[in-house]
Design a protein. Structure first.
Lengths: 159, 221
């Protein structure tokens, strides 16, 4: 497993991609979930009772930063199928969408723009924020292990 | 002559009945509020009663939704420190203005607070809602039955409260407050305006920590 990581992340492009995915996703989700504020001052805080949400965001960002570059490596270097790529992207988007609405500006924009449909979607994504994030993490973990497994087989054939 | 007199009498009685009926129905819609009350650019006339010293040099206007979890976070994490350091010391006061947009029970919950206000229990009821909030929107924790149960727990006159809530007496009041939020550029809850005595106002979006409020409030004082 460590050898596979060495092969992928010794390539500077994949390492940079991984850092960009992790940092941008983490900052975006922490902003949306109101763990970070930019105005009127830059401030970070974790309200009591929101610790689980914070841990899930970090886990989701880390897994996305790991799984997406691994699958891109498979596609670009080993000219392999894009099937697992869709799993990792789907997991990342699903996890990001959960909790993006709530009572913040995105939820307000959804309700203002789409009316009752937006309100229903907002309610669903808010009410099931934690379970949806857990499902997204599960999808990413499954994708991670299947990718590792297939990379082991494919690398043996190619190298 | 008698016939004409009879018709005239009927007309006069009818007019009197119409006036009496219209006066009694308009009594249901009158609020014991100061319609000219504003804070900065915000009309808070139909918002909550003022919490703290009405003559305090700073007013914190909070726009909130009773089903919003971030409002719950602010209520429990930041507000107690603002109460202790600014409101109870007379440096600031607070007005809550409804921005009920999240679910169908949001508006009803906001209306219920004004029904409680009819019995001078606005803030007790407000606190009761934020202490009882459940994490899921529209799951029934703020439906009519539960709102009545909260009122019962506060020993409110249930006949008055139920009549007020069921008749949706304060529906337009809540709509007016929500429109105030939109007109002032509030795009989510909780949203705050810190209004100083010289009518300068600063907006804070979201359930920000006490340190942010402290910094702004101290700069205004």
């Amino acid at each position: 497993m460590i050898e596979i990581f060495k092969v992928i992340f010794s390539n500077f492009k994949f390492l940079v991609l991984s850092v960009i995915i992790f940092s941008s996703m983490m900052v975006l989700l922490l902003l949306i979930s109101e763990f970070i504020f930019l105005e009127p001052y830059f401030v970070t805080h974790i309200p009591s009772g929101s610790e689980l949400g914070f841990i899930l965001i970090i886990t989701l960002s880390a897994l996305s930063a790991l799984v997406i570059p691994m699958n891109l490596f498979r596609i670009t270097n080993l000219k392999n199928s894009k099937q697992k790529m869709s799993g990792s992207v789907f997991g990342s988007i699903l996890g990001s969408a959960a909790g993006a609405c709530s009572c913040g500006p995105i939820g307000f924009a959804m309700i203002s723009t789409f009316g009752s449909v937006g309100a229903t979607a907002t309610t669903f994504l808010t009410n099931y924020e934690i379970p949806i994030r857990v499902v997204a993490i599960a999808i990413l973990v499954i994708t991670y292990f299947t990718t590792i497994k297939s990379l082991k087989t494919e690398c043996k054939v190619h190298f | 002559m008698n016939k004409k007199g009879g018709i005239l009498g009927i007309i006069v009685i009818s007019v009197i009945i119409v006036i009496v009926v219209s006066m009694s129905s308009s009594n249901n819609e009158t609020f014991d509020v100061n319609m000219t009350r504003t804070h900065g650019s915000i009309s808070t006339a139909l918002g909550s009663p003022i919490l703290g010293d009405p003559l305090a040099p700073i007013t914190i206007v909070e726009f909130g939704d009773y089903q919003c979890h971030q409002c719950y976070n602010w209520f429990h994490n930041t507000k107690p420190m603002i109460m202790r350091d600014y409101i109870e010391t007379g440096k600031a006061n607070l007005v809550f203005v409804d921005f009920a947009f999240l679910g169908k029970d949001s508006s009803k919950a906001a209306q219920a607070t004004y029904c409680a206000d009819d019995q001078n229990m606005y803030w007790e009821y407000h606190n009761s809602l934020y202490n009882s909030q459940e994490s899921k929107i529209d799951n029934g924790w703020a439906n009519s039955e539960r709102l009545k149960a909260f009122a019962f727990n506060l020993n409110l006159d249930m006949e008055l409260f139920n009549e007020c809530l069921d008749s949706e007496k304060y529906s337009k009041r809540v709509q007016y407050n929500s429109q105030q939020a939109r007109d002032n550029g509030v795009r989510g809850t909780p949203g705050f305006f810190i209004v100083g005595s010289n009518y300068d106002q600063q907006q804070i979006g979201g359930a920000q920590p006490f340190s942010v409020f402290q910094r702004i409030l101290d700069s205004v004082i």
